[in-house]
Design a protein. Structure first.
Length: 444
């Protein structure tokens, strides 16, 4: 299905922006608070983050001979970079953060071709497991938001539950009875109606909207000329490699949804675009950028796979970066309303992964079942028990604190063990089955 006119394209693009907005702005809020930024600096950080999300998205969707995977993928700031950025900022200062980000982006751009050649290590049993892990690890986030969000005084209140489940029910009914474009923007309509109901209940605060400026300028190296320290650079390169692993799962999921078989060259262009986005983020004192999983569920649910919609989303984000007053409108959506919509979106990601495993993976092989079981269990386990690896070094926690990354690495490692290094044994299995079948036929 394709949007029929510019208004539909714009509406669908806005739907993608609303789906990723909360995840995008929470990162500058956390980092700014931990590093003691002033209100003026924090306002700049949020605005430039939104603008760079748009630029990063446009770089990725613009497929050319050098970079861009050309899939309907939205990029936002990498959450796994939050703790390292705070640690670097407290020890070395803000300029060292951005020197490390620029260096890590350059590293990804240079070695994108090498990462792209690793596609043979991502057969359907790995990609299906990774997509499933992406969905199941995001569902706790959706449920937490539905209750009101982390630390909310009214968490789990009847009002929050009513708003969240009301939005979810509305989206379900829209997908049951509506057709065409209305069905495609069911998430957007649900968010708007949910916000209006919340406003009537007195749960929408307009203070941030009134206080925001109409126009906000940007400048490179806002927090000072970047410095390049060895330890921070190594740390941010690790974060970038983790982001590449996470993006691979998103690329694979979108490739399947869009019926497009990805090649190593496609992946290399995607990684190179991500590296460029990270470097641009460092230059404008923003964040490392990576693919956003929540938008995969939106593509799956709306059935809209057009790149024009993602271009519209990118342009909207750029405009929001220059106009904080407009950006503040999207902050009016209550967390519980957003959580209700997220349940449907993230659940669709799980459905996509299960579908991939069921249609493309031999479930009669015990090895494949073990790969799926351990990777999904690890991804979900790390998500619901976040303190499990708290005593490990920070450099190791970068790989273990994120359920998507932990599950992905588990799937890759077990596939290497059973299907690559154990390829000879796997190849011999069909022969044994044939011999057994011949024996049974002979006996019969």
């Amino acid at each position: 299905m394709q949007p029929k006119n510019s208004l539909q394209t714009l509406s669908l693009g806005l739907q993608h922006v609303l789906a990723m907005y909360a995840g995008a702005v929470i990162v500058p809020l956390i980092v700014g608070a931990q590093l003691g930024l002033t209100q003026t600096q924090l306002t700049y950080l949020i605005a430039i983050d939104l603008l760079m999300c748009g630029v990063a998205t446009l770089l990725q969707v613009w497929k050319n001979r050098f970079f861009g995977i050309g899939l309907p993928v939205v990029l936002g700031c990498a959450f796994q970079a939050v703790a390292p950025m705070i640690a670097i900022g407290n020890k070395y200062g803000m300029p060292a953060i951005y020197g490390a980000i620029i260096a890590s982006g350059l590293f990804v751009a240079i070695f994108a071709g090498f990462f792209g050649k690793l596609i043979r290590f991502f057969p359907p049993v790995v990609t299906g497991s990774v997509v499933t892990v992406i969905g199941v690890t995001l569902i706790p986030v959706a449920l937490t938001d539905l209750g009101g969000g982390h630390g909310a005084e009214d968490f789990g209140s009847p009002e929050n539950l009513m708003l969240g489940f009301g939005v979810l029910l509305f989206i379900i009914l829209m997908n049951r009875f509506a057709k065409g474009f209305l069905r495609a923007i069911s998430i957007l309509i649900g968010l708007v109606l949910g916000t209006f109901v919340a406003w009537s209940m007195g749960k929408v605060d307009l203070h941030d909207l009134y206080a925001a400026d109409w126009v906000h300028g940007i400048q490179p190296f806002y927090f000072g000329t970047p410095t390049f320290e060895i330890a921070p650079i190594i740390t941010m390169i690790l974060v970038a490699v983790v982001s590449v692993a996470e993006s691979t799962g998103v690329f694979m999921a979108l490739g399947r949804i869009c019926d497009r078989k990805l090649t190593s060259d496609d992946l290399a262009k995607g990684y190179r675009a991500e590296g460029l986005a990270i470097m641009v983020g460092g230059i404008f004192n923003s964040f490392p950028y990576t693919t956003y999983s929540q938008n995969v569920g939106l593509v799956q649910m709306s059935k809209i796979k057009s790149r024009r919609v993602i271009v519209a989303a990118g342009v909207i984000l750029v405009i929001l970066g220059f106009a904080p007053k407009i950006a503040a409108l999207t902050t009016l959506i209550p967390t519980s309303v957003l959580g209700g919509a997220m349940i449907a979106m993230f659940g669709m990601v799980v459905s996509s992964g299960i579908s991939m495993l069921g249609s493309q993976v031999d479930m009669n092989r015990h090895e494949n079942l073990l790969i799926i079981a351990c990777s999904v269990a690890m991804g979900l386990g790390v998500t619901v028990v976040p303190g499990l690896f708290a005593s490990l070094p920070t450099s190791v926690q970068i790989l273990t604190d994120n359920g998507i990354v932990a599950g992905s690495f588990t799937a890759i490692a077990l596939n290497l063990l059973f299907n690559v290094f154990g390829k000879k044994e796997a190849a011999e299995q069909p022969k044994e089955t044939t011999q057994v079948k011949a024996t049974v036929e002979a006996v019969s």
